[in-house]
Design a protein around this ligand. Structure first.
Ligand code: ARG
Length: 322
């Protein structure tokens, strides 16, 4: 069942699907296959079924990402592939800005979560007072100084917030030049259960709203979602962007992902977040990242993960059970 005009910011119900088959933010191959896999399994039909029109953007097409990934000199201190990540993020940022200018709903399909810096920055360029919900097992707020792994998919929130700029690789100068960052008050996390030491300090020092799995257990998912919406959107009228790492959901449902952490959201809790945001009329964009079709221990596991990504998208676009 679809409800008409439920989306305050998209009365025309048009989606821009931004394909982001990007793998430079982490070490495992396969995550770049996700956009095609989701499309193969029905992403575009689902969008139509929910009553939206769509166009497709493929901003990473035409570049030799394989060669960029193979460039062993692309390191900066502990950070792996800063040049590649910067290039990928810049292209996704430009595509997201175009979608925002056209007032279409950007549905960005990763790829790894490094591209989150791009979608967040494009969102706040258009909506400086918008709210962001980051669903994830991880906080992804490491800086080039705190990252232990050196994987930049663990750092996108820090880049979008402009944290620790003095230690950024020069490749990211373009972000400094945009003249806008996200504000720590405009983001809330749901689903955290694997937070690095340096990240915990940043979350505390900046007073960032974060609901871990402890809070989901303690309050229940409905209360957590309501609290998160309130924290990032005190006016009750601001648009809300969701950056959804599928590893927020438990590996029992989402095994085909690069950094699974047990003890996660149930499938229903994970979908409820999107159902509730769609019902709020305020949803204004979605990223689905970290589906890695190469990592399912069996084909069934991989298909479960892909289908979870598709369910997240359907719920975001208005699908309800009844
Ligand atoms: N998007 C993700 N899956 N991020 C995982 C990050 C894991 C770890 N905190 C790191 O910085 O390396």
């Amino acid at each position: 069942m679809t409800a008409e005009s439920e989306y305050a910011f998209f009365p025309e119900k048009k989606v821009t699907v931004i394909k982001a088959p990007f793998n430079g933010g982490q070490g495992k191959l396969g995550v770049e296959q996700a956009p095609e896999k989701l499309i193969e399994n029905g992403l575009l039909d689902d969008i139509k079924e929910q009553g939206w029109r769509y166009e497709i953007e493929d901003p990473l097409m035409g570049d030799d990402w394989r060669a960029m990934r193979a460039d062993a000199s692309d390191v900066y201190g502990n950070c792996k592939r800063p040049h590649m990540v910067s290039e990928g993020a810049k292209k996704v940022y430009e595509a997201s800005v175009r979608a925002r200018e056209n007032n279409t709903f950007p549905l960005t399909v990763g790829g790894d979560h490094a591209i989150g810096m791009a979608t967040l920055l494009a969102f706040v360029k258009k909506y400086p007072d918008g709210g962001i919900i980051w669903v994830d097992a991880h906080a992804d707020i490491n800086t080039p100084t705190t990252t232990e792994s050196g994987n930049l998919h663990g750092c996108p929130v820090a880049f979008a917030m402009g944290l620790d700029q003095e230690h950024w690789p020069a490749d990211f100068d373009w972000i400094k030049q945009l003249g806008h960052f996200i504000n720590p008050k405009q983001i809330a996390y749901i689903g955290l259960r694997d937070v690095d030491k340096g990240e915990r300090k940043i979350l505390r020092d900046l007073g960032i709203t974060a609901f871990s799995m402890y809070h989901v257990d303690k309050y229940g998912i409905n209360t957590v979602v309501q609290k998160a919406i309130k924290a990032i959107n005190p006016s009750g009228k601001a648009p809300i962007h969701v950056s959804y790492d599928v590893d927020g959901i438990d590996p029992q449902y989402v095994a085909a992902t690069g950094t699974p952490v047990r003890g996660g959201l149930s499938l229903r809790e994970g979908l409820f977040i999107m159902e509730e945001l769609a019902a709020s009329h305020l949803l204004a964009g979605l990223d689905i990242v970290e589906v890695n079709p190469a990592l399912g221990p069996t084909k069934t596991h991989t298909l479960d993960t892909v289908n979870t990504g598709l369910s997240i998208s359907r719920c975001a676009l208005g699908d309800t059970i009844l």
